[in-house]
Ligand binder design. Structure first.
Ligand code: TYM
Length: 338
């Protein structure tokens, strides 16, 4: 079986409130990679139900993530866009990998600890084994590169461990080197966008405060208001990177600016060093609107035609299935299923 050398896989959960972190940490990089790689971008609806989702909302949010991929610039004709539940290889491979991975590995996952919180006994089993489904997503395509934000790094390391153990365990039955070890691609100056209300907390879909995040459905007025009200310290911006140390809110806004402008944080400080936030914030709001409003507008246009999005997802799922099905068949053979 031929092993691709430049196959990208990534996914986003359709859990609503798609935000600037998802865009700058991941989706934006999806676009550039299609120039050089064969890309498979998934809407991970099976991951979403690891916490309760209202069924009607889940369907809507699934289309919204697909719309965001397309509006950001992913070409659904040359690349693959689909939703996870349409390709059964993800679930089937997960079972095999559940039996390869060790409980001790999952016990180390910090995201589970954060998401399950104090009420761990009451979390779904799916939330616990979530990283194994993520490994299956990637390995079902024998993907080589995975663009993600910084928060997914530990899950990617687990996917590599699972791939390596499968290859070792079944080395004598055709498994040696079967799965490539997927490389994380954690790119740009905004790999971890922080909350606008607290520079020590990650920007997230589930933060109870809508003011903590800029979403891909916000209006220009919403964006300007959220940036104006973003928490900052009283000092002006420094001129050197060093001066952002221990200033998490300033560091975050500079990182967002750099990422949106496609420049480095050093360059932002060269231009805006010495400026008060009262001057920097309007510049940031203007830049954010310039970059985000074409995406927001295109997403809204796409969402007006759900049948078109569904057709894109169906077509993508057929092409995804054509890649994953033979991989799964080979896995079954390697494991000894007849
Ligand atoms: P999810 O849906 O939480 O996030 C989607 C992508 O956005 C990135 N991200 C961020 N980047 C920078 N700053 C932030 N504040 C921020 N918040 C989120 C995430 O790192 C991610 O890249 N488990 C994944 C989805 C997934 C997946 C996969 C990814 C399922 N299977 C296979 C890659 C490969 C998740 O929950 O992402």
């Amino acid at each position: 079986m031929e092993q691709p050398t430049n196959r990208v896989f990534s996914g986003v959960q359709p859990t609503g409130n798609l935000h600037l972190g998802n865009y700058l940490g991941a989706i934006r990089h999806f676009v550039g990679l299609q120039e050089t790689h064969e890309c498979i971008y998934c809407v991970v609806d099976m991951h979403a139900i690891t916490v309760w989702q209202d069924p009607a909302e889940l369907a809507r949010n699934t289309r919204e993530v697909a719309a965001a991929y397309i509006a950001a610039g992913v070409n659904p004709d040359t690349q693959i866009i689909f939703n996870q539940s349409k390709v059964s290889a993800h679930a089937e491979l997960t079972w095999v990998l559940n039996c390869v991975a060790r409980i001790g590995w999952l016990n180390r996952m910090t995201q589970f600890k954060e998401k399950a919180g104090k009420n761990r006994e009451n979390a779904s089993v799916g939330l616990y084994s979530y990283p194994i489904l993520m490994a299956a997503d990637i390995l079902a395509y024998r993907a080589t590169h995975v663009p993600v934000g910084d928060d997914q790094k530990q899950h990617l390391e687990l996917a590599r461990d699972v791939a390596q153990k499968f290859n070792n365990d079944f080395g004598d039955n055709g498994g040696a080197d079967f799965f490539p070890l997927p490389e994380p691609l954690i790119m740009g100056p905004a790999t971890r966008v922080m909350s606008l209300r607290d520079g020590t907390k990650k920007m997230s879909k589930s933060d109870p405060s809508a003011m903590s995040r800029i979403t891909l459905t916000d209006t220009p007025d919403d964006i300007a208001k959220k940036i104006r009200k973003a928490k900052t310290d009283p000092e002006p911006l420094p001129s050197e990177l060093e001066g952002l140390k221990d200033r998490p809110e300033a560091d975050n806004l500079v990182g967002i600016y750099a990422s949106l402008a496609g420049i480095s944080k050093e360059d932002v400080l060269k231009e805006h060093g010495g400026a008060a936030f009262s001057a920097f914030k309007p510049a940031l709001a203007e830049l954010a609107n310039e970059k985000l409003s074409p995406i927001t507008t295109e997403m809204a246009r796409l969402m007006d035609d759900p049948a078109h999005i569904d057709a894109v997802l169906k077509n993508g799922a057929e092409r995804a299935s054509a890649i994953a099905t033979p991989v799964l068949a080979e896995v079954k053979k390697i494991v000894g299923f007849i």
